[in-house]
Design a protein around this ligand. Structure first.
Ligand SMILES: [Fe+2]
Length: 161
């Protein structure tokens, strides 16, 4: 049975006031931890999943992802795009990351619905499909944040203080 540890509901600015790079790092870590929890849940399906934990995940998946994306799109990407030496390659990379955000946000919304349905209407919930959704979602988010940790974070660290 999983434990329902509270999520950090503070705004990113409150959680990491020391700069853009630190806030970005905070969001990347928060998303990675969330993915770990989703993976644990996928492993525990169907009978060992804690209902309260499942509802908590459903409640948090969209806001957590949105918060990270809003910070990147409102602060991180504009910072990188404003640099005088921004390459065409970086511009198209940022464009691709924005598209990935859209896909993951839509996916997060669908996952929220399926997680709720699993708890509130188990009879009509398709467990195999939920397991597939969970894995598809956290694998996609993990790929995205791994790329940002490797390529975007170092750029931000170089250009913010
Ligand atoms: Fe991102």
């Amino acid at each position: 049975m999983t434990t329902a540890a509270p999520f950090n509901t503070a705004s990113p600015e409150q959680a990491a006031p020391a700069g853009i790079a630190l806030t970005l790092q905070h969001h990347l870590k928060e998303q990675a931890r969330f993915c770990d929890r989703l993976e644990t849940m996928a492993d525990l399906l169907p009978d060992a999943v804690d209902a309260r934990d499942c509802l908590l995940m459903a409640q948090n998946v969209v806001p957590l992802i949105k918060r990270a994306h809003d910070f990147e799109e409102g602060t991180v990407y504009p910072l990188l795009l404003s640099l005088p030496d921004t390459s065409t390659e970086l511009k198209s990379t940022i464009e691709r990351l924005r598209y990935e955000h859209l896909g993951d946000e839509e996916f997060a919304g669908d996952l929220c619905v399926s997680l709720r349905q699993f708890v509130t209407d188990r009879g009509s919930s398709n467990v195999e499909s939920l397991a597939w959704m969970l894995r598809g979602f956290f694998e996609s988010v993990r790929r995205h944040i791994a790329f940002e940790r490797e390529h975007i974070l170092p750029l931000v660290q170089r250009h913010s203080s």
